[in-house]
Design a binder for this molecule. Structure first.
Ligand SMILES: Nc1nc2c(ncn2[C@@H]2O[C@H](COP(=O)(O)OP(=O)(O)OP(=O)(O)O)[C@@H](O)[C@H]2O)c(=O)[nH]1
Length: 193
């Protein structure tokens, strides 16, 4: 049975894959994540998810390899992971009281080299917060390593007024889509291993 590799350093993506209960391992993609500034958010995450999955599949051509990438889009601006607390405050300042989109690209490369990919979008409406409440949320450090500077499954739930789409997509992997890609590629679930 070909092994399954998650081409990711993301703890949230690992947690989502753990939930699926399949034997797999994670490996850092180790790719350059610079893309053309002219790409749409959807095209950028599609390109980067593919770059990550293909890079790891080149090292392990007999494996199933899954890569993903995520960006936030709000009022025509694209946001990725904040570098520090000030950047997180600036990001959340753009999201609070408004609706934004989370785009996640997913790419699966099979042992046969076939590539299966998708981009999933979720839309989130956030409450407006006072400056003081925002500082209290920032104190929780949920912004660290998170595109958009919040964690939708943790205290960040208190920001969320409305969610359209797959909650796991917001966390980093749209699991309904991941399963669809695996099944369409011929991956067999519930195999005795
Ligand atoms: N726990 C959690 N993580 C989130 C949330 N929203 C975004 N993220 C994380 O933000 C990161 C998005 O940045 P990416 O560049 O796609 O991925 P990365 O963290 O660099 O990890 P790689 O897969 O190794 O590229 C991912 O790790 C997501 O899991 C959330 O609501 N909860």
């Amino acid at each position: 049975m070909s092994e399954l590799i998650l081409a990711s350093t993301s703890s949230a993506r690992r947690a989502l894959m753990d939930g699926l209960g399949l034997p797999y391992r994670a490996e850092a993609p180790g790719v350059d994540e610079v893309v053309s500034p002219h790409l749409s958010a959807e095209d950028a995450v599609r390109e980067l998810a593919s770059r990550k999955a293909r890079a790891v599949h080149q090292r392990h051509p007999e494996a199933w390899v899954l890569g993903a990438d995520q960006l936030v889009e709000v009022a025509g601006e694209i946001l990725s992971k904040p570098q520090d607390r000030n950047a997180a405050r600036e990001q959340l300042g753009k999201l609070l009281g408004h609706t934004h989109a989370i785009h996640t690209g997913v790419c699966l490369v099979g042992p046969d080299g076939q590539v299966h990919e998708a981009v999933e979008t979720a839309r989130l409406g956030f409450y407006a917060l006072s400056a003081e409440e925002l500082e209290r949320y920032l104190d929780l450090d949920e912004w660290v390593g998170c595109c958009g500077s919040y964690r939708v499954e943790s205290a960040g739930q208190a920001l969320l007024e409305r969610l359209e789409g797959d909650r796991s997509n917001v966390q980093g992997l749209p699991m309904v889509t991941v399963v669809r890609l695996l099944r369409s590629a011929g991956f067999r679930f519930f195999e005795r291993r």
